[in-house]
Design a protein around this ligand. Structure first.
Ligand code: APR
Length: 312
């Protein structure tokens, strides 16, 4: 008999709560919302609220709050948001030492209890955290990915749509590279229902939009004093769905590279095919020299972050 999928969410904070809400509404499976013992009440409270929400909205999913790792045994998908978010004025890299310790502890626990899971890391600084997760769990790299590209591309899509005066859903955009100030929006792959976006948005406006995208996370942090959570959660759920339903989505994710794009032994945002085997393929696209140079700079910044991690 088919069993419901089991989805573990590590961190029951802002993103964790929204992840649980989306997973439940879409009936992806039963949801375990995990947090540290001091926050067990928050995890259990959100879980109960969301189960009651199911009675109103008509979805059916068991949602439980826990601080016991044993409850997560056998999870199909694990989404990790454990850690500390940014405060105004902080860069994602400022979170490195605090969140690295947390991610290492999480990885150790996942390794023994969730050895078959597909793991999506959201905690920042993303490219270093997802690397630490792969190292700590020892899981094959196709089952450990980072969420950044969908979110950064979504921000670019929104800004382009507003500028061009068209529906957001008609805009496709691509943002590669590290999830930080060096991220690489790729204008040559931005289209509005197949039309190159550069035909509908002036070069000057495009450049301003690219800059706003790079600062898209900081813009939200400045407004509300903490990191964004609706769009990050929706982005991670899209990845979870691609895996659970073997959707073969071609989307940008932080993936482990072995020579692709000329980089090895690092995680960085690249287009991948996500399906039932996790990262089924890394897609290498042609970049013009300027774009490749930006990707090189981004890879260098990620590499520096990894070097800093090794000393911690
Ligand atoms: N194990 C599990 N959960 C933990 C641990 C741990 N060792 N340490 C901290 N947490 C929990 C916190 O108790 C908190 O409930 O992680 C949760 C984080 O939630 P928020 O503070 O609301 O942060 P959120 O906005 O959800 O962002 C989480 O994602 O996008 C990134 O920069 C963001 O790194 C941040 C992460």
């Amino acid at each position: 008999m088919a069993q419901r999928k089991k989805i573990a969410l590590i961190g029951a904070g802002n993103i964790g709560g929204e992840l649980a809400a989306l997973a439940a509404r879409q009936e992806l499976g039963d949801v375990w919302l995990f947090d540290i013992p001091e926050k067990i009440g928050v995890a259990q409270g959100k879980a109960l609220d969301l189960e009651q929400n199911g009675a109103v909205l008509g979805y059916d999913a068991a949602i439980c709050g826990t601080s016991s790792w044993d409850d997560l045994a056998g999870s199909d998908v694990v989404i990790v948001t454990a850690g500390v978010p940014r405060k105004p004025g902080m860069s994602r890299d400022d979170l490195l030492s605090i969140n690295l310790k947390i991610i290492r502890r999480v990885a150790e626990n996942l390794r023994t209890r969730c050895s078959d899971a597909f793991v999506i890391v959201v905690s920042d600084p993303l490219d270093a955290m997802v690397y630490a997760m792969k190292e700590g769990t020892g899981f094959p790299s196709e089952r450990v990915v980072g969420m950044a590209g969908i979110l950064d591309s979504a921000r670019l899509q929104l800004f382009l749509a507003r500028e061009a005066g068209v529906a957001v859903k008609d805009v496709r955009a691509m943002v590669l590279g590290g999830h930080g100030d060096t991220m690489v929006p790729v204008p040559s792959y931005c289209t509005i229902n197949g039309i190159p976006a550069r035909q509908l948005v002036s070069a000057e406006k495009f450049a301003a939009i690219v800059e706003r995208t790079r600062n898209g996370g900081a813009e939200v942090v400045k407004l509300m004093g903490t990191s964004a959570y609706y769009a990050p959660a929706a982005s991670a759920i899209q990845m979870a769905k691609a895996y659970l339903n073997d959707e073969k989505r071609l989307i940008p994710c932080a993936a482990y590279l072995r020579g692709e794009y000329g980089y090895s032994d690092l995680y960085i945002g690249v287009p991948v095919v996500l399906g039932g085997r996790g990262v089924e393929r890394i897609v290498e696209i042609a970049l013009d020299p300027g774009e490749k140079q930006m990707l090189d700079n981004s890879a260098k910044a990620v590499r520096e972050l990894l070097e800093a991690s090794k000393k911690l």
